[in-house]
Design a protein around this ligand. Structure first.
Ligand code: HEC
Ligand code: HEC
Length: 492
């Protein structure tokens, strides 16, 4: 069963990888279905255009504090660059969830506006992108399931099973590249993948994107919205831009860990201290506040029976887990920053059997274009963010670990030895000793092609330490996506 799903996984990965990179490099006949130059007179007047801006706690604390909720409308006086005249218009200010201290990057050619977002949201939930109108983006990345499908492998067009578990699109605005192997450079590029993927949304008849654009152009309500926002009828370029704009607002934060961090900062400032480190009492304060606020989502992440939670003990365990995460267990060497990822690629040996990577499973190395192949990225996959672990089960790119306990056991033994195991996963001291001694110890089962030993770094975590670490991982569970974004029916 596992082998079958591996083959499907590879096929899906290779196919969609091929299609995406193929669409970049193939000589295409330029078509007005791909892109159009805007006719400015079709667009909404400047004063009626509504930009969306992100307000982050890290970059603008005062304004962040003043905003009551995620989605806020305000008036702003701006200069119309075309006329030099001042106008007052509506802006939407998105209050970034606690923990996201930097605003996600937005490409200059795809500025965020309400109309673009509205179009993107409609398209995201509309099966119009799929040849037989059966599957939408939300089929596999549903707000009801934390923006994934809650399945081991996704089901696409014609009930076909793909080989990969759909990742949540949560906070994907921050990703440097998209997909486990990074084969899409942006959300705009990624959004062009599924509609032409024969396992996800495409029946294989004709040119996938030409057919998508023709279907969207056949709907007068879409055409009107596209003309007002983009100054032309729908194109592949503008459909991708709209979907990416919506995805950029699918943001989560405010985990118990984020709250403990903020509580600690306030405490240290109040005490006029200078030791900015969380203590058990900070976790205790946020747990008490969560109980008072009846915050089921955060508390259920920790325990199936939150009413029975022993707060002081839980707080101590969480703090021990935090210390392990940033210390002995070395998780923060890769899972670090606002999204608990370095956005980089590492070979942990996931899927390795007898020291060998699965054939064809080249990871990031495989998706890099020829001329840019980086041998240190052989079999390396993207470090996933850890903000939605309750819905991303089963874990790893191939869904090979079904519980957090098993993930921790996997790291405890140093991952799976293979020739390309990431340097951060290796016991250099042991390797050097072996090299110096010239011995060939039996315990070392994997040697590089130039005869060097590969020794995975064991963490030597105790049973109790593993429990504390898993509890801490559960405290990284973020709040659900705001209803303005997650509710398919909500529009301003
Ligand atoms: C049939 C199920 C399916 C459909 C439909 C689908 N996806 Fe996905 N999506 C997946 C799977 C599986 C992956 C992981 C594939 C990989 O990494 O190689 C993925 C990956 C992604 C990612 C990358 C996330 C990351 O962290 O790298 C984004 C973003 C995304 N999808 C958005 C969309 C959008 C937008 C649509 C609609 C245009 C869509 N998906 C349609 C299953 C689906
Ligand atoms: C060398 C970098 C590195 C270190 C150290 C590291 N991780 Fe990871 N982590 C990754 C990568 C890369 C993946 C994806 C691997 C894959 O699927 O091939 C991953 C996957 C995961 C996942 C699965 C998430 C999902 O949505 O599927 C969890 C959970 C996780 N790591 C937790 C931890 C914990 C806990 C530690 C510390 C014990 C840790 N990681 C240490 C890089 C790292």
């Amino acid at each position: 069963m596992r082998d079958l799903s591996r083959i499907l996984l590879l096929t899906a990965g290779v196919l969609s990888g091929f299609l995406i990179s193929g669409s970049r490099s193939e000589a295409q006949t330029p078509s007005d279905l791909d892109w159009l130059v805007p006719n400015e007179s079709l667009k909404k007047p400047f004063a009626e255009q509504t930009p969306i801006i992100f307000v982050s706690r890290g970059q603008n604390r005062k304004e962040w504090d003043s905003l009551p909720k995620y989605w806020n409308e305000a008036k702003a006086e701006v200069v119309n660059p075309a006329t030099g005249q001042k106008v007052t218009r509506t802006v939407i200010k998105i209050k970034l969830p606690l923990g996201l201290n930097l605003a996600p990057p937005v490409p200059a050619e795809n500025p965020m506006t309400y109309a673009r977002w509205e179009l993107g949201k409609k398209l995201y939930f509309d099966a119009i992108l799929c040849s037989d109108l059966t599957v939408s983006c939300a089929t596999c990345h549903s707000p009801k399931n934390g923006y994934t499908d809650g399945l081991k492998v996704s089901t696409g067009i014609g009930g076909q099973k793909g080989g990969m578990s759909a990742p949540p699109v949560l906070n994907s605005a921050y990703n440097r590249q998209q997909f486990w192997d990074g084969r899409a450079a942006s959300l705009e590029e990624q959004a062009q993948g599924p509609p032409q993927n024969p396992i996800e949304m495409f029946d294989g008849k004709g040119n996938a994107w030409n057919e998508v654009v023709k279907r969207v152009r056949a709907k007068p309500e879409y055409v009107k919205l596209f003309e007002k926002e983009f100054g032309h009828v729908p194109t592949r370029d503008s459909v991708a831009k709209a979907i990416a704009t919506y995805e950029r607002t699918v943001l989560v934060g405010n985990s118990l860990f984020d709250r403990a961090e903020a509580t600690m900062r306030k405490r240290v400032e109040d005490e006029e201290g200078n030791k900015f480190e969380i203590q058990p009492k900070d976790f205790e304060a946020v747990l008490k506040a969560a109980v008072t606020a009846k915050d089921e989502h955060a508390l259920k992440a920790l325990s199936p029976a939150p009413e029975k939670l022993d707060i002081p003990e839980t707080a101590k365990s969480l703090d021990r887990g935090r210390i392990l995460y940033f210390g002995k267990a070395r998780c923060a060497t890769c899972h670090v920053g606002e999204n608990l990822t370095d956005y980089a690629y590492h070979n942990l040996g996931v899927g390795v059997k007898d020291g060998k990577l699965p054939a064809g499973d080249l990871g990031r190395f495989g998706s890099l274009p020829t001329g840019h192949k980086d041998p240190t990225l052989f079999g390396a996959f993207k470090t996933p963010p850890l903000r939605g672990l309750l819905s991303t089960k089963p874990y790893m790119h191939d869904g090979s670990e079904d519980t957090l306990e098993k993930v921790v056991d996997f790291y405890d033994k140093g991952g799976n030895a293979n020739e390309f195991l990431d340097p951060k996963m290796r016991d250099f001291e042991a390797e050097q000793k072996i090299i110096k001694s010239g011995a060939k110890p039996k315990e070392v089962t994997v040697w590089t092609r130039d005869g060097k030993p590969v020794v995975p770094l064991k963490l030597n975590l105790t049973v109790d330490e593993k429990k504390d670490l898993v509890l801490f991982l559960r405290a990284l569970e973020s709040d659900p996506v705001d209803a303005t974004v997650a509710d398919p029916k909500w529009f301003k």
